[in-house]
Write a protein that binds this ligand. Structure first.
Ligand code: NAP
Length: 436
């Protein structure tokens, strides 16, 4: 090896070249393309070969940014029959390509606030840790959680997400895409798999990392955009319908907020369990909720579901615009109220109402149950089966390119969407880029 390793700077990307690197894999192993993820400081021990013999060329690029930077490299050696590859040559990547391989476009936020706090920036690409997976994002979707996190509300949530500004600056939680790299401990997934997941943060970007346990294979017959509409909304609906309400055939179920992201899945899942479903929404969305399978619809602009004659075995509340006392009036004697939201002010948000419901539940015959949905790869597998069986279908009201995510969030907050709003993400396939 004529050129060993250059020192690695502590604050910037570096390209390390090792010329005439000895082929350490022996005569019968093809070494055409190698791909590494390097952690700053570990590279010397990783390469290590010495001595002469059959040589090839290797070039490694790595960075020392805060998130670490992944890289890939093409090298040529011998093929499986031990014949020298006639095309063996030094690959020289332009500095523009090197930059593209280390970075990505993302929607970021560096201080809490409204839509004007969002930026569309070039940032370092994330790298998957041992139990994580790097996903090349194809689709993402907007959730109420994104809007709340942007504003840092309720304030109590800042204990987890950052007291004065967001700890993680890239926004977005729902993702569907293609696996780009897997961590050392990941067994169930491989590079190239089509997947969907809820991530902690960072799906409004060209690449994101997900914990393997939160990931599932994408339903085969739907697009990436439709798949991205599923994780948070459908998991919340599933856990509410199945685990909290325990809906069974013949139950009379009312879903308050039936036309939104969670509600549109809840109507379909309750119907799939044999319930008689009433959906509550605005006038413009009544037909949409009927089309999801609801047996009855109530227009909240003209009717209050808590003051009518009907009594429900389950009320799944996704709006929080009626008091606990009003909701109880709409329930049967042993009915269940599932609370997924509530307006408890900027400090505690829905928590106040949920705690009040749990306390009250100890003294009344009805079940008043809060729902705090948990991201789960196992539940995404269940939902995949439901989607592939045709029992539920994601509804995408409209889709926006990544650069227009701010407008997508504005639409979500202000325009009473039917079902979900999604983000379409297009990235270069860098493996292809390098071979070209
Ligand atoms: N606890 C959890 O784990 C969890 C998880 C996910 C979501 N959530 C919560 O669940 C709620 C729904 O989320 P989402 O994603 O489905 O939101 P979404 O898509 O915005 O849907 C909101 C629903 O509320 C209805 N609505 C809006 N204004 C209303 C009003 N003034 N009166 C009555 N209904 C009204 C909408 O009907 P129209 O559009 O027809 O007006 C729509 O059906 C949010 O509060 C969210 O924070 C909780």
């Amino acid at each position: 090896m004529s050129t060993p390793f250059h020192p690695i700077p502590q604050n910037g990307p570096v390209m390390i070249e090792a010329h005439e690197l000895t082929e350490r894999y022996g005569d019968t192993t093809a070494v055409h393309s190698l791909s590494f993820t390097l952690v700053p400081g570990t590279v010397t021990g990783f390469l290590g070969p010495n001595g002469g013999g059959k040589s090839t060329t290797m070039r490694i690029i790595m960075g020392t940014g805060p998130a670490g930077v992944g890289h890939r490299h093409l090298t040529r050696g011998r093929d499986a029959r031990g014949q020298r590859d006639h095309h063996a040559r030094r690959e020289t990547m332009s500095s523009r390509t090197q930059h593209a391989l280390r970075t990505m476009k993302a929607i970021t936020q560096h201080r809490y606030g409204g839509l004007d706090t969002l930026d569309y920036e070039t940032v370092p690409r994330p790298v998957a840790a041992k139990d994580e997976i790097l996903i090349r994002v194809q689709g993402a979707s907007i959730n109420a959680a994104d809007w709340l996190l942007m504003q840092g509300e309720p304030f109590v949530s800042r204990l987890a997400f950052g007291l004065r500004w967001p700890k993680v600056s890239t926004r977005g939680r729902d993702v569907a895409g293609v696996i780009e790299a897997v961590g050392d401990n990941v067994r169930r997934f491989s590079v190239g798999d089509e997947v969907y997941a809820e991530v902690d943060a960072g799906s409004f970007a060209e690449y994101t990392v997900a914990q393997a346990k939160r990931l599932a294979h994408k339903p085969s017959q739907i697009s990436f955009g439709e798949a991205a509409a599923v994780p948070i909304a459908a998991t919340t609906a599933l856990q509410g319908v199945r685990d909290v309400a325990k809906i069974k055939p013949g139950d009379k179920v009312l879903i308050n907020g039936a036309s939104g992201g969670v509600g549109s899945f809840a109507v379909q899942l309750a119907k799939a369990r044999g319930a008689e479903v009433t959906g509550v929404c605005s006038t413009a969305n009544l037909e949409f909720v009927r089309s999801l399978g609801a047996d009855h619809v109530i227009d909240y602009t003209g009717e209050n579901f808590t003051t009518g004659e009907a009594r429900y075995d389950v009320i799944f509340d996704l709006v929080g615009n009626r008091s606990l006392a009003q909701c109880r009036r709409g329930l049967t004697r042993r009915g269940t109220l599932v609370l997924a939201s509530g307006n408890g002010g900027r400090v505690l948000g829905p928590i106040r109402r949920m705690v009040a419901a749990m306390l009250l539940s100890m003294f009344v015959t009805q079940n008043l149950r809060p729902l705090a949905a948990v991201a789960s790869g196992a539940d995404l597998e269940v939902l995949r089966e439901h989607i592939e069986a045709g029992a539920i279908t994601p509804t995408v009201d409209r889709s926006y390119p990544l650069a227009e995510t701010t407008e997508a969030i504005r639409y979500f907050v202000e325009e009473h969407a039917r079902g979900k709003i999604t983000i379409t993400v297009t990235t270069h396939n860098d493996t292809k880029e390098q071979h070209e």
